[in-house]
Write a protein that binds this ligand. Structure first.
Ligand code: FES
Length: 205
């Protein structure tokens, strides 16, 4: 019978003590096997992976980011951008204050050391969480002079969220009259060398 082949527990085991003993032993062995399978799975997580899953800090090598380039890393399950600004990108952060909703970064969207015009520790390196502060879409980087019709002809470079059209300047400051209520978040971070930063931890080493 097919049923008997697929489901040995359907057998009248109570009438066959030997078979019943075997089935119980098999069941017990199955339980051990399940535990044995689960333990290696958990133990395959290295300490660093476990720590990452819990939101530990992430160290990033920024030496390979070219001027004008951007690297994206994951921290606490969120994309974090590291942008190496050019002189032109730094200059573009000046002069648009009247168009920005929070040009002085008065709202609590960054650590104190990033509450400045560049919203960064070093003006040439910008670190931000790449999640729109409206409803959580992922904005894209749009350089100055882009042919993207979603930004104006006078676009100085920055970020554009395709979901509802919010625009941010190159320091992640949101432009006025856009749905996003605040500037992009700058996560806690610090330099451990000229070419390496730690994201998620700004305590002095
Ligand atoms: S989620 Fe970015 S504008 Fe709405």
């Amino acid at each position: 019978m097919i049923e008997q082949t697929l489901n040995p527990l359907a057998q009248p085991v109570a009438s066959d003590p030997e078979r019943r003993t075997w089935l119980l032993a098999t069941g017990a062995a199955g339980g051990v096997a399940a535990v044995a399978t689960a333990v290696p799975f958990v133990s395959t997580f290295t300490p660093s992976e476990r720590a990452k899953a819990l939101g530990a800090a992430v160290e990033v090598d920024i030496a390979d980011i070219p001027p004008g380039g951007m690297k994206t890393v994951e921290w606490r399950g969120k994309p974090v951008w590291v942008v190496r600004r050019t002189a032109g990108m730094m200059a573009a952060l000046q002069g648009q204050e009247a168009s920005l909703a929070d040009p002085q970064s008065a709202r609590d969207q960054q650590p104190a050391y990033a509450r400045n015009a560049s919203r960064s520790i070093k003006p040439e390196v910008f670190v931000a969480v790449g999640i729109c502060t409206h409803l959580g879409c992922s904005p894209t980087s749009v350089p100055a002079g882009s042919a993207n019709p979603s930004v104006g002809a006078d676009w100085q470079g920055g970020f554009f969220c395709p979901c509802h059209g919010s625009t941010f300047d190159g320091a992640g400051r949101v432009f006025r009259n856009k749905p996003a209520p605040t500037n992009l978040e700058v996560p806690p971070h610090r330099y451990v060398s000229e070419t390496r930063i730690v994201i998620g931890d700004d305590r002095a080493a």
